[in-house]
Write a protein that binds this ligand. Structure first.
Ligand code: IPE
Ligand code: MG
Length: 232
């Protein structure tokens, strides 16, 4: 979700106004994605690197997150949205942590649609945490200390009980992954759009999904192997 700051700057507004509008986009896209058939929507809301932004911006983002969670709790329960998180959430402010725990608990039985918030998330941090957890399990005799497979290792990632993303969309014209689900997105389709996040609409999402639907996913195989019977 990139481009909040630029959206505000273009209008001569403070950056936080862009973030405020970005939250409105989060609310629209959460339900737009479900309408369009998405089962799991993961939003990169705050990265481990974002702590290094000016102190007042970080404070404002945490404040917005708290307001958002308070405001959405009843909506998630009513509309059966399961809230999950990935990232070092234990380092978030206490008020945010409390609301996350409460919302996760109240929505944990909703199986059809999940909103995953990546908060204080970074792929490299995730790998470091997973290696630590894996080696602790190996020392305790729960994993083989002599061999490690991807299937065994992935169970120590924050995404242990989530499937890999099929599609990763980045807004605002940047064409980078920026430490987002780097391992999980190894085979994801990527869509880059110039639209700034506060301007991103259901139509933009539908366009990205249509683009995705045109792609042939080969996972290292040949086109003939993945589409048997279809002549080139
Ligand atoms: C993304 O928008 C929102 C967060 C990181 C929370 P930015 O704040 O990165 O917007 P730009 O890149 O300055 O336009
Ligand atoms: Mg940015």
């Amino acid at each position: 979700m990139d481009g909040n700051g630029r959206w505000a700057k273009q209008r001569g507004l403070p950056r936080i106004e862009g973030h405020r509008r970005g939250v409105e986009t989060v609310r629209t896209i959460t339900f737009a994605a479900r309408d369009l058939g998405v089962r799991i929507l993961t939003l990169y809301a705050f990265s481990v690197e974002n702590w290094n932004r000016p102190k007042d911006e970080v404070g404002a983002l945490m404040g917005l997150l708290e307001i958002y969670l308070k405001r959405e709790l009843d909506t998630f329960v009513r509309d059966r949205v399961r809230l999950r998180t990935i990232g070092r959430t234990q380092e978030l402010p206490a008020g945010v942590r409390r609301l996350l725990r409460l919302t996760e608990e109240k929505t944990k039985d909703f199986a059809d649609y999940s909103l995953v918030l990546a908060l204080n998330y970074g792929s490299r941090t995730e790998v470091a945490d997973a290696v630590q957890a894996y080696s602790a399990a190996a020392s305790a005799g729960r994993e083989d200390p002599k061999g490690c497979s991807w299937e065994a290792f992935r169970r120590y990632l924050y995404t242990a009980d989530l499937p890999d993303p099929d599609l990763v969309i980045r807004t605002s014209g940047e064409t980078r992954i920026s430490n987002f689900l780097a391992l999980q997105a190894a085979y994801a389709e990527l869509v880059f759009t110039p639209v700034l996040w506060p301007d991103f609409t259901k139509a933009d999402l539908a366009k990205a999904l249509a683009d995705y639907a045109q792609r042939e996913r080969r996972y290292g195989l040949t086109s003939e192997q993945v589409r048997p019977g279809v002549s080139p």
